[in-house]
Design a protein around this ligand. Structure first.
Ligand code: ATR
Length: 272
């Protein structure tokens, strides 16, 4: 029996085990998928165990380890390499290969909504998933403006410097935390909201009654964060991370099993 894990900290919110175990059952694949909370110091041992345990076939990586896992892997896919971010590991001949299905999933959600390529975007955060969002926007060959704000401004500046040689970082401006420019799409890539009481301390009142403006939270559990609830009250459009989450899971499942899993009604209910 093959084993799969998702590692992160916090990890309680993760619905990945429900999804992958549902698909393993549906497609009659003899495998299990569990969540595991670990500390940064455990990453090396985790990778070592995965390399040496023959049943241990793959893993998902979530906050805050998407960048931090990279030094312990043997190779990266081109997207993982361009984004410095890994959310999926596959094992081939005892070698651990890091992939990034967040970026390709985000690109797919953008492709589904063909008005988005023309928008100006404000990205909040500069953590492990932020580069995937930039990659998705640039993947649409979109040269429109992207602004980034992060509580720790230097971290956003460091991220952009790393991305510029990769081209996808061109045309991105880092603003001060608290600066909220006029854009049509605001994406929360921070972990603020994973706990229901979390609040991003930002003032979005200038977006009052702006129906055309979309507030997008990558968090899917809880399904309506304070960030989204406030946007709804202001009259903005809102979207949570459910679709992107399902698409990244589908793509990870395909990498592990070569099965094109269906996002059926049951799976949508599981995530709701
Ligand atoms: P990492 O920062 O280790 O990559 P992450 O979970 O991928 O971990 O990223 C966390 C993101 O959420 C960061 O952008 C972080 O901002 P800092 O770089 O300033 O730490 C952001 N974040 C976490 N808690 C926050 C808070 N209370 N207010 C604003 N941003 C927060």
């Amino acid at each position: 029996m093959s084993k799969y894990f998702v590692i992160g900290n916090p990890i309680d919110h993760s619905l990945s085990p429900l999804i992958h175990n549902y698909w393993f059952k549906k497609y009659k694949i003899d495998s299990t998928y569990e969540k595991k909370k670990i500390e940064t110091n455990d990453l090396k041992d985790f990778a070592e165990e995965m390399r040496n345990n023959k049943n241990f076939e793959g893993a998902n990586i979530t906050v805050p380890f998407k960048n931090k896992i990279i030094p312990f892997l043997d190779d990266l896919s081109s997207v993982a390499n361009e984004t410095f971010s890994v959310n999926t590991i596959i094992k081939r001949d005892e070698k651990l290969i890091g992939h990034n299905t967040d970026a390709t999933a985000y690109l797919e959600t953008l492709e589904e909504n063909n008005t988005w390529p023309s928008v100006k975007t404000l990205i909040i955060g500069a953590g492990g998933v932020t580069s995937s969002i930039i990659w998705g926007i640039r993947g649409l060959n979109c040269k429109n403006k992207i602004y980034i704000i992060n509580r720790t401004k230097q971290k956003a500046e460091k991220l952009i410097k790393k991305l510029v040689p990769n081209l996808i970082g061109n045309g991105i401006e880092v603003l001060d935390w608290g600066d909220v420019p006029d854009v049509n799409l605001v994406v929360n890539t921070t972990s603020v909201g994973l706990n229901q009481n979390d609040y991003l301390k930002l003032d979005f009142t200038k977006y009052n009654n702006k129906k055309e403006c979309m507030f997008y939270d990558l968090i899917y559990n809880p399904k309506e964060t304070n960030f989204l609830r406030d946007a709804k009250k202001r009259g903005n459009q809102i979207k949570n991370g459910k679709k992107m989450f399902l698409l990244q899971a589908k793509q990870a499942f395909k990498l592990w099993t070569n099965v094109d899993a269906e996002i059926d009604e049951e799976i949508v209910k599981i995530v709701d």
